[in-house]
Design a protein around this ligand. Sequence first.
Ligand SMILES: Cc1cc2nc3c(=O)[nH]c(=O)nc-3n(C[C@H](O)[C@H](O)[C@H](O)COP(=O)(O)OP(=O)(O)OC[C@H]3O[C@@H](n4cnc5c(N)ncnc54)[C@H](O)[C@@H]3O)c2cc1C
Length: 285
Amino acid sequence: MKIITEASVYLLGYQAVAGHELERFLADHDVTWETDTEVGAEVLTETAGRLCYMSYAKPRPGGNTAYLTHIKEVGHGSVLEHAVWNFVFTGVSRTLTHELVRHRAGMGYSQLSQRYVDESVAEYVCPDVIRNDPELYRVWYTAMREAHAAYVTLAEKLAEKLVGAAYLKYARDCARMHLPPCGPDDWYRGQHQEVKTGFRKEARQAARSVLPNATETKIFVTANGRALRHFLEQRGSRFAEPEIRKLAGQVLAVLQAESPALFSDYVRERLPDGTDEITTQYRKV
Ligand SMILES: Cc1cc2nc3c(=O)[nH]c(=O)nc-3n(C[C@H](O)[C@H](O)[C@H](O)COP(=O)(O)OP(=O)(O)OC[C@H]3O[C@@H](n4cnc5c(N)ncnc54)[C@H](O)[C@@H]3O)c2cc1C
């Protein structure tokens, strides 16, 4: 049983600009325009924003950063929806992902299935406030170990029961047709992989009911810039749960490196529990 205290954030995808098509669009409209960023998300959001007024010809000074800061100032948030990133988060609890998937607008998710994937090698995410107290940690660890053992037993016994019931049905069918049945092991070996997977899935989906909220999970998240800003503000708040607040801090670090023009307005303030609160003067654009 592995205990996790820190999430991992992987940035798997970001945007690339089809430069030749941008040039073709500008040429078709008799304008020349160049921006001063090479970050795909920043080029695309500026292009989208400028399209609204066809303001490519005489851009104000300050380049892409000034332009996108103005977009945030005036709250023209839909422009930020054209920036998209793909992440994988691992080492997060089911509690965290339950909160994360409440963010609906502009976010897409693919999460590890507890019905298909065996959790008998499960890992558990321990809240810092428990991890840092030996007595509380002992109570927590015992609870995880017991829940884990119950899951393994239930998954095994349920699978055995389901296979046993299916074999009995087969044996009864054979008897009705006056055919000699083969033994249970041979019968099981002869089953299609899909049928065997079906038994395990049925067993795991029931057994997982005893798994704790702390069970580690993995989630693929695709999100646009506007949705990510909303996520950072809500979940980076001092009122958010510490695990998701820490994740918001990790995501912010990735995004500030990735796209300073869209995310450098966020500032961090250290809270007494050692996590950072994230705030901005341009809330919920
Ligand atoms: C500190 C904290 C405590 C919380 N406690 C609880 C709790 O006790 N119980 C609970 O159930 N939830 C709780 N939540 C979750 C919260 O209610 C939201 O569901 C979650 O934060 C997602 O926010 P959202 O709906 O604004 O975001 P998103 O779904 O990301 O939407 C972004 C924005 O799009 C707009 N939008 C999205 N969907 C719609 C829609 N269907 N109709 C109209 N406008 C829409 C809204 O303006 C919304 O703010 C909590 C959240 C936080 C941060």
